[in-house]
Design a protein around this ligand. Structure first.
Ligand code: DX5
Ligand code: ZN
Length: 224
């Protein structure tokens, strides 16, 4: 069963001095969620924002915050992001020692839980957890930076995750993050993705509203 497509602009590509305006802009443009990239300078070679900024975003956002933790110690710190107001928390399978416990912690806080895989991580890494998650986030670039080229092998990976979910009788959303634009959106949605995260394609566009609409219509044509 196909669910409505969700589009989550990533504020990583927004002007960090004007985040409130960036949130308002993409909300007016029809964003379903705001994607917030948390990087620690260890798990990924970049350092971005932490709980205080998530908390500030929560005060100004009218749509849910989708918080993507690209950090090494999510086992110890996931609660900080839940307390800051994250509605969805996504952690990396490569970075958690106790993934099942982290999912329980997120659910206990009333938030939705996701697990993400790096491009080099096989789908088998999430076989044990797929029944416990609301989202599987496929990284279609190596995490750390916006504006990178989409890795084509991500399409087959999405198909494999969709097959695994069907075999298990579960239906997490499949989200894709990295290099999503009007060209890649149809490919990944045809493969089974039903949530698209887009940073530079939205915030570096001359008209972010038109960019979101274009991604949505490019994707929807393949979903029906
Ligand atoms: C990358 C981040 C992404 C990033 C995507 O590590 O997780 O969310 O903002 O940016 P684009 O859409 O420019 O590839
Ligand atoms: Zn992200």
């Amino acid at each position: 069963m196909k669910r409505p497509l969700l589009i989550a602009p990533s504020i990583l590509s927004a002007d960090f001095t004007r985040l409130e305006e960036a949130v308002a802009l993409v909300e007016r443009a029809g964003a379903d969620l705001i994607h917030v990239d948390v990087m620690d300078g260890h798990f990924v070679p970049n350092l971005t924002i932490g709980p205080p900024v998530v908390k500030a975003l929560k005060r100004v956002a009218n749509v849910p915050l989708d918080v993507h933790l690209m950090i090494d110690n999510a086992d110890e710190t996931v609660q900080w992001y839940l307390d800051a107001g994250a509605d969805i928390v996504v952690v990396h399978v490569e970075a958690c020692n106790h993934l099942h416990r982290v999912m329980q912690t997120i659910h206990k806080a009333g938030a939705q839980a996701g697990v993400s895989l790096n491009p080099g991580t096989p789908v088998s890494a999430i076989e044990g957890i797929i029944g416990e998650v609301d989202y599987v986030l496929v990284m279609s670039v190596n995490p750390g930076f916006g504006g990178q080229a989409f890795i084509p092998g991500s399409v087959a990976k999405i198909e494999e995750i969709a097959r695994l979910a069907a075999e298990r009788g579960v239906s997490p959303r499949i989200a894709v993050d990295g290099g999503i634009d009007v060209v890649t959106a149809p490919l990944v949605t045809a493969a089974g993705a039903d949530m698209l995260i887009a940073g530079s394609a939205v915030f570096c566009a001359e008209d972010p509203t038109a960019a979101i609409a274009a991604i949505r219509s490019a994707a929807v044509t393949r979903l029906v």
